[in-house]
Design a protein around this ligand. Structure first.
Ligand SMILES: Nc1ncnc2c1ncn2[C@@H]1O[C@H](COP(=O)(O)OP(=O)(O)O)[C@@H](O)[C@H]1O
Ligand SMILES: [Mg+2]
Length: 388
């Protein structure tokens, strides 16, 4: 980085507020979330206002290309190497089209926060390679995004987390703490993406009091099953699951997955919660279940892992449970959570400064990019790519 660019970054860092385009694409592989945010201040003084939001659905070509390596044990290394810059260019194309649609120019945007497409997540407890620690891999090279969009791009957020001893996920805790901490009540931010995770913000807690962990499958098993047996991308509002009956045998068998028995914080992915794992369990049980019954059981599994972890927290006093992620649209699942949690829990969909259920994760990466450039270094994640 030359002096000119350092000065440019410094002037962005010194602005009272920055326009940051946060990008997120999780393990659901449904699309690229684009959250245009006005982020002011930094650290606990951060404010993040959502200006515009869209999800650009991934086309079949992208999904097919990514699925060849996504959570796969064996991949063509040349192909993987090529997919990284290609994904960066693909994301850049979506960004450019979206900005044109919003009638914005690259100069209107201070920073892009690009999460990249996760293709493999392997914390130490999940892999069997002796002598290796935690690892996670996101594709969509930041330099390609920066050069193609002509906007400074922060990417590769998860590596610093691993370098500092974490599992690379969930990163939501930092943005959640900066934006949503309350002095007078507990808050749990539950994100139901492909994998479900939550951040617990005890009333008046400091950063060291924050707990954040993956808790198990959000939608990933339900999605995989719907795609295979119902030919739909997901179970809209949980209506297919609602037609089935929960199988306690299958549920018990799924609850025996080792991940559920590890201590928190912990992370996981579709590498563990896969259709292959589910089909193994079904075969071992030998009983014949209808596809609706299987889906009903998978929906129940997600409800169970959320309730199990929340009850283990032992929080007392008023607690807000703020929902986000696509699973927040699964009416059957949310109805179960509402009916089974005690009255101390006030459950609602997240809605704050324009940031809502679908935009939250992308907005949180905008906040992390803000910290990377304008923060005091405490939450400094991400690598900086310049357009020039
Ligand atoms: N209307 C809906 N009803 C039920 N589930 C939904 C609905 N809309 C989205 N979802 C679920 O949310 C998923 C996408 O959630 P998202 O938060 O984008 O996850 P990720 O971060 O893994 O991409 C979809 O794959 C689907 O399972
Ligand atoms: Mg998504």
């Amino acid at each position: 980085m030359g002096l000119k660019q350092i000065n440019q970054l410094s002037s962005i860092a010194n602005k009272p507020s920055r326009i940051i385009l946060g990008l997120m694409s999780g393990t659901s592989l449904d699309g690229l979330d684009l959250a245009l945010c006005k982020v002011s201040g930094s650290g606990t003084k951060t404010r993040c206002k959502l200006l515009k939001f869209t999800t650009a659905p991934y086309d079949n070509e992208f999904k097919e290309k990514v699925r060849k390596v996504f959570a796969q044990d064996n991949v063509d290394f040349e192909y993987l190497t090529l997919l990284n810059p290609w994904s960066g260019l693909y994301h850049a194309k979506i960004i450019n089209q979206t900005l044109t649609h919003w009638q914005l120019k690259p100069q209107d945007i201070d920073l892009i926060a690009s999460h990249g497409q996760t293709v493999y997540h392997c914390p130490q407890h999940q892999h069997s390679h002796t002598g290796f620690g935690n690892g996670t891999l996101q594709l969509g090279d930041g330099d390609h995004v920066a050069v193609r969009t002509q906007i400074i791009t922060i990417s590769d957020f998860r590596q610093k987390h691993i370098a500092k001893g974490g599992e690379g996920a969930p990163l939501a805790q930092y943005g959640d703490y900066l934006l949503y901490q309350k002095s007078n009540l507990h808050r749990i931010l539950l994100n139901l993406g492909g994998i479900a995770n939550f951040t617990v913000l005890p009333a008046g807690g400091k950063v060291d009091d924050v707990q954040c962990t993956d808790i198990g499958p959000g939608n990933t098993l339900m999605d995989a099953y719907c795609q295979r047996y119902f030919n739909v991308p997901y179970d809209e509002a949980g209506t297919l699951a609602a037609r089935g009956k929960v199988s306690n045998d299958l549920l018990d068998s799924l609850k025996s997955v080792p991940f559920f028995h590890y201590a928190t914080p912990k992370t996981t992915g579709p590498e563990v919660f896969s259709l292959a794992m589910l089909e193994d369990k079904l075969m071992c049980l030998g009983s014949v279940l209808s596809h609706y019954d299987v889906l009903a059981t998978l929906n129940e599994l997600t409800a169970w892992c959320v309730l199990e972890q929340i009850n283990r927290l032992g929080l007392s006093g008023p607690t807000e449970l703020l929902l986000s992620g696509g699973g927040a649209h699964n009416t059957l699942l949310i109805t179960k959570l509402k009916s089974r949690l005690s009255e101390e829990f006030d459950i609602s969909k997240l809605s704050c400064d324009g940031v809502g259920v679908d935009s939250k994760e992308a907005a949180l990466f905008a906040v992390l990019a803000n910290e990377c450039v304008a923060g005091d270094g405490l939450f400094s994640f991400g690598k900086i790519s310049l357009p020039g």
